[in-house]
Design a protein around this ligand. Structure first.
Ligand code: AMP
Ligand code: MN
Ligand code: MN
Ligand code: MN
Length: 284
């Protein structure tokens, strides 16, 4: 399959922290000219049957997807899985455990926000949650905008929800090797999501890619809504250096919040091997 394909293999629905349903996303993707789609909700495959059915209704080729939260070198890293069997029990058990601590973490976030005078954030965030198992920082950000604490969600993250800020509660997610293994043993490809977002030192980043490969990881997002054109060039080089397949995805969450819409991304460089080329037999 060609590199010049409008593949969008990263986005979120109400099953995690997006604001559209899988059906609305399928329709929006089709209308935007997406030619291959994957819904990649955080730590959850509960939207996959709906996404697949909606994609079929739109005649939109589909790959199963997920975005797993991992702790590596004391930082949160996201690993996207593509083209796996979403009924696989080991994957489902692993994801259930990964989701497990979110409720307590949310309570702690709310307690620490209360200390800086923002009360009722837990209850406020819950109003935005589509899946009770998946309360995330994004839901807090939406509530803090509603409450008038900030103008937009990006400002909430900057001032309250990132490391060192009053509402940030560190959390231990899955291990890198486990996330990669859950995906690969279920027949899928593991992909490092938006690598430029992590702020690793060059040594830490080298360790991430090296260990990811050693555990059986095969792909990296080169073109994503989180990368500048320069970063896409940089991670195209990394993909070549480590012999990884390249993926492309908007990381779309919401028409109001996301600056990159479904499918509205630069093409993948023709020098790379697209992830979808190796996943061709997994496309539904
Ligand atoms: P959580 O899994 O609860 O830690 O939330 C992570 C989610 O928060 C990410 O998937 C993004 O959707 C969102 N997020 C993280 N950092 C930012 C940021 N700086 N601006 C906007 N959204 C962010
Ligand atoms: Mn998100
Ligand atoms: Mn992510
Ligand atoms: Mn994402």
């Amino acid at each position: 399959m060609k590199s010049i394909l409008n593949a969008d293999l990263h986005c979120h629905s109400v099953i995690s922290d997006g604001t559209l349903t899988p059906e609305q996303l399928a329709e929006r993707a089709k209308a935007a000219g997406v030619e291959l789609w994957a819904l990649t909700d955080h730590d959850e495959v509960g939207g996959q049957d709906r996404a697949l059915a909606a994609a079929r209704a739109q005649k939109l080729p589909y790959l199963t997807g997920v975005e797993i939260s991992v702790t590596f070198a004391n930082q949160t890293v996201h690993i996207v899985g593509l083209g796996f069997d979403h009924h696989d029990t080991q994957l489902q058990d692993g994801l259930r455990r990964t989701r497990g601590g979110r409720g307590d973490r949310a309570q702690e976030m709310s307690d620490s926000l209360a200390k800086v005078g923002i009360v009722g954030a837990y209850e406020g965030a819950l109003k935005y949650v589509g899946n009770p198992d998946l309360i995330s920082r994004t839901h807090f950000a939406r509530y803090l905008v509603e409450a008038g604490v900030c103008k937009e969600t990006s400002e909430v993250f900057r001032k309250y929800l990132t490391e060192g800020k009053p509402g940030f509660v560190p959390h231990r997610w899955a291990r890198l090797q486990d996330a990669v293994q859950w995906i690969t043993q279920a027949g899928g490809m593991a992909v490092i999501a938006h690598p430029a977002r992590y702020g690793f030192t060059p040594n830490e980043e080298y360790a991430l890619f090296t260990e990811f490969k050693a555990h059986g990881g095969q792909g990296v997002e080169v073109v994503t809504g989180s990368h500048s054109p320069q970063e896409a060039v940089r991670y195209a080089d990394t993909a070549k250096e480590f012999g990884l397949f390249a993926s492309r995805g908007s990381d779309f969450h919401s028409p109001e919040e996301s600056h990159t819409d479904l499918g509205a991304l630069p093409w993948l460089s023709g020098e790379l091997t697209p992830a979808w080329e190796v996943l061709a037999d997994r496309i539904q």
